[in-house]
Write a protein that binds this ligand. Structure first.
Ligand SMILES: Cc1cc2nc3c(=O)[nH]c(=O)nc-3n(C[C@H](O)[C@H](O)[C@H](O)COP(=O)(O)OP(=O)(O)OC[C@H]3O[C@@H](n4cnc5c(N)ncnc54)[C@H](O)[C@@H]3O)c2cc1C
Length: 491
């Protein structure tokens, strides 16, 4: 509990499922694990010396979040099985009227909140393809993100449909592969992490640096990217079956989709009971699939590995003008927000994992920690009664988006179809076009002039005072220099 939290009269987390963990509660498919080193894909405040291996399995990662929820007593302020259905800003009352639903009984509840933080995930809503006849299939079928453990796959004819990037751990994926990087930590590594002061934090820092280098060299630098592309190509040619190379060695650049480190998938393609089919699906019938070449293939089970819906905002949140967040996105040609966190016309609404904040090279937990730090700087004065509402200006939102879309237009992300883009081929609305140090620099503190702020005179005085005092603080100039360095490195 931080001191400012003592001012909170009441705060509440609504979770539609029956436990915490989000991604790691839901994605229980065989082999599910983080693709970022787990010492980095964990909270900076809660390092764990006992991770058994470099990449956390689904069970280990879920357990980590469960333990933290208990440690910070968050179970007591979370209402489980409670789906947030909608929220509407009331200009008169200066708060959100929220409608929730008990997922078991369907009973609806209403509540109000001065501040609404949307932390509903990035890869959370499974996406099913629209294929003719999909509902006519008589066998078992499920999405990889909702793995049905009740279905025994032994001896069955199983079709895996699609190439969702997160599911390459168990299915063929049309993507570049780099050599595997998973490894176990020996007892001496764990001993060092536990007993040598600073060792674990330094190791984490190296992982962070490594991911930033990956961005600067692979994503941002075409020449070095071409060298890495050769490494990936060599690996695929050495590892994958020769008759599949035409499909597995791709024409677009490495980095255009999420970079995938092989989890022994390519070797598995040699198994006699596994067949890749690239013909495309015409339709689904009651006992199988009809390909675009007209071939009928019989199956007992269909598994959809077709990824997630990321270009739509799944909650009905109505702002000051009566428009929903989705309507705002539609009017802007796709998801759009200021720093991925605030949307004009939606006072006191903050998004975690909003538009253009995903990354293909680093830990989402790092991004989300940066966002939480930013959001808290608004929450504190609102809770303390110094500020009533904050609403980002359309001008600031447009200027920020012009800046990132100019960067995106010359990036690798426009080279292929991916979930980073609206509808797969449209506006690049998911990914952030830079290393995380750039995002971290931009979101280190709010630029209050980019917001319409309803605040007390005391708050205005406080801001003016802080601005003046900054000029006498040597740290201000050191930070400015650091900012110049970050902007130069990321340009
Ligand atoms: C298989 C998989 C592997 C991944 N691996 C990595 C990785 O290695 N590294 C990385 O950086 N990222 C990875 N990601 C991305 C991952 O989504 C994020 O790292 C992380 O889980 C985001 O956490 P979150 O809390 O924002 O969202 P989530 O974990 O998705 O949690 C969102 C929560 O909100 C709840 N919720 C949603 N809507 C509502 C509603 N209307 N009402 C109430 N509750 C609601 C959901 O039930 C869920 O519990 C992976 C994603 C997947 C799917």
């Amino acid at each position: 509990m931080q001191p400012w939290q003592a001012h909170l009269t009441f705060w509440q987390i609504y979770e539609k499922a029956s436990d915490v963990g989000g991604t790691w509660r839901d994605n229980i498919y065989p082999g599910a694990s983080s693709d970022i080193s787990i010492h980095f894909y964990s909270l900076s405040t809660d390092l764990n010396p006992d991770w058994p291996s470099t990449h956390g399995s689904q069970a280990e990662t879920q357990e980590y979040w469960r333990k933290l929820t208990a440690k910070y007593d968050l179970y007591s302020c979370t209402v489980f099985n409670r789906l947030v259905v909608s929220a509407e800003w009331s200009s008169k009352e200066q708060l959100y009227n929220i409608v929730c639903e008990d997922v078991a009984s369907g009973e609806r509840f209403t509540t109000t909140a001065k501040i609404l933080i949307s932390a509903i995930g990035i890869l959370e809503v499974p996406r099913f393809p629209s294929i003719a006849g999909i509902s006519s299939f008589k066998g078992e079928m499920f999405h990889s993100a909702r793995w049905d453990t009740g279905v025994d796959l032994r001896g069955k004819r199983v079709a895996v449909i699609g190439n969702g990037a997160s599911t390459t751990q168990f299915v063929p994926d049309l993507n570049w592969f780099l050599p595997p990087i998973h490894a176990d930590y020996s007892p001496s590594w764990k001993w060092t992490f536990r007993n040598v002061p600073g060792a674990m934090r330094f190791y984490r820092f190296l992982l962070y640096l490594q991911s930033e280098m990956l961005y600067l060299f692979v994503f941002a630098h075409a020449y070095i990217r071409s060298k890495y592309t050769v490494v990936a190509k060599d690996y695929i040619v050495r590892t994958a079956p020769k008759d599949q190379l035409d499909h597995l060695v791709l024409t677009y650049s490495l980095g255009c989709k999420r970079v995938i480190f092989d989890t022994n998938f390519l070797g598995a393609l040699r198994r006699p009971n596994l067949k890749l089919n690239w013909d495309g699906i015409q339709s689904i019938c009651e006992d199988g699939i009809i390909t675009k070449k007209g071939e009928k293939l019989s199956f007992d089970v269909l598994i959809y590995a077709t990824g997630f819906t990321v270009d739509r905002y799944p909650l009905t949140v109505v702002g000051e003008t009566g428009k929903t967040v989705q309507e705002y996105y539609d009017s802007q040609g796709g998801p759009k927000a200021y720093l991925g966190m605030t949307v004009p016309g939606f006072p006191n609404l903050f998004l975690i994992g909003g538009p253009n904040t995903a990354t293909g090279h680093t830990s989402v937990i790092l991004t989300e920690e940066m966002q939480i730090n930013y959001i808290i700087q608004f929450v504190k004065p609102i809770i303390n009664g110094l500020v009533s509402t904050v609403d980002v200006t359309p001008r600031a939102t447009d200027a920020y988006n012009d800046l990132i879309h100019a960067r995106l237009a010359r990036s690798v992300f426009v080279e292929c179809v991916s979930w980073y883009r609206s509808g797969g081929e449209g506006k690049v609305s998911s990914i952030f076009p830079g290393p995380m140090m750039l995002y971290g620099w931009w979101v280190r503190r709010p630029k209050w002039e980019d917001y319409n702020v309803k605040a007390t005179e005391r708050w205005e005085r406080k801001l003016r005072h802080e601005k003046w005092m900054a000029f006498f603080n040597p740290m201000y100039y050191a930070t400015l220099l650091f900012g110049l360095f970050v902007s130069w490195v990321s340009s």
